[in-house]
Design a protein around this ligand. Structure first.
Ligand code: FES
Length: 160
């Protein structure tokens, strides 16, 4: 037969076990989320340089070093005070890029970049890396800008 002291001990033991289990689950969750956090941190922003007809970005903005090895980013984001919305600049190859205005065509919310697509947190629309609607409610594709390459520079034509 248990006395009240042994019940207290069991309650404390069960409480410790629950706290321990919760701590383990939290640690596991953090471990699983850490690659996502890392990928969020890897989003690269640049202001670019405003020119007469658009904005210039250096190709080198796409490169970075990982363990001393040169790596290439799939996309960067151009955020400049002269732009109403940022521009998602996606690299298909050294000479092929897409530049998309990060403004949702449904109701004008700013989009977020998620790898090779853009997501709208307002109502869930998604667009691919060429600006085409991948999921509604948006029905119109994103505004795109012509991108030309000139040596080590990219010119995003804001008139297009
Ligand atoms: S504003 Fe983007 S889905 Fe509605």
């Amino acid at each position: 037969m248990r006395n009240s002291n042994s019940f207290d001990f069991l309650k404390a033991y069960n409480m410790d076990r629950r706290i321990f289990t919760k701590a383990c689950i939290s640690c596991l969750g953090l471990a699983l989320l850490s690659p996502m956090v890392t990928s969020c941190q890897s989003t690269h922003y640049t202001t670019g340089m405003i020119e007469d007809n658009g904005i210039t970005v250096l190709k080198s903005e796409f490169t970075y070093l990982k363990k001393d090895q040169p790596m290439t980013r799939a996309y960067i984001i151009v955020r400049n005070e002269n732009l109403e919305f940022p521009i998602y600049l996606y690299r298909f190859s050294d000479n092929e890029y897409s530049a998309l205005l990060m403004k949702c065509t449904h109701q004008g919310n700013e989009l977020s970049a998620a790898g090779d697509h853009l997501h709208c947190s307002a109502h869930g629309s998604e667009f691919n890396n060429k600006g085409a609607v991948a999921q509604g409610p948006a029905e119109k594709n994103l505004r795109t800008f012509n991108v030309t390459t000139e040596g080590d520079k990219l010119l995003i034509d804001l008139r297009s």
